[in-house]
Design a protein around this ligand. Sequence first.
Ligand code: MG
Length: 327
Amino acid sequence: MDASLKRLALAEPFRIAHGSSADRVVLRVERDGCVAEAPFVPYYGDDPEETLARLESGLPFEDLPRTARLALDLLDHELAARRAGEPLTVGIARRFSLSPGRVPPGCRSLGIPSDLEEFSRRVADLSRQFRVLKLKLGSGDLGLDLATVSVARRAAPGAELIVDVNGGWDPSEAPMMIWKLMEDRPAIIEQPIHHRHGPEVWRDLRAELPENAAPVYADESVQSAADVEEFSRLVDGVNVKLLKAGSLDAAVAMIEAARANGLGVLLGCMIESSLGTTAAAHLAPWADRIDLDGHFFLAEDDYDGITYDETGSLVMPDGPGIGALRR
Ligand SMILES: [Mg+2]
């Protein structure tokens, strides 16, 4: 097996509550002509060089950093699915006895804006193709956060707006912010408070919200099926990502834990190439919403994979396995 790091430059800096990035690094693993990818994200603090060194040192799978575990797991699935001549989705459905549901509409995300006029134009533009838009809040300026949502609401009156705070609000201000956002009708409020806050803080937050507040989803706070169980009475839904789960089957386990507890499922990704977002997209038939646009932030995507048609619907690539092809 060959392993390498690939630095992916972003088309423009992407700002969220965790900070701003100009590029991202992904780990690529390759065997018998099959390739899989897993991303590094700043908030885990995993070092790419060290991860690669540990992977190459032959440590047991369980002792590897999550990025390495995910890349190896996806490579195994890619090899098996290519041999079987079937897309990843087919194997998932069979292993878990799941029948595929309807794939939710595509969504595009916008980072914390630096210029609200330009942001407004971009929202209007994207909303012509996409019915669902995700707005990153948690700028550190509550006024800017509120203005971001109201500007987007005016620019895209009919769009579903998912607001993702990435833990950027203090628990003392989050209830007031959620109340204030109600007039702009967000569809979901994701991770309003930081993941260092445990369930008891989320319970207090929940107690302060009106019955008709937008559904609150956890992202960074839920990293596994066990976390989903723990948060099941505190949130309305969860964001499931391959990297958090660490494997394809662990991500399915998160989805199943969410379903068993009546929670909504948002399927997300990181900033990664189309090889990574396309792998995640094979879980789309079991999500209520998808947020699979990480590759759009790249200056240069070296893979072709998922696309969206003129109505914003997800289009999977043809072909077995992940289905993404090197450009
Ligand atoms: Mg999120």
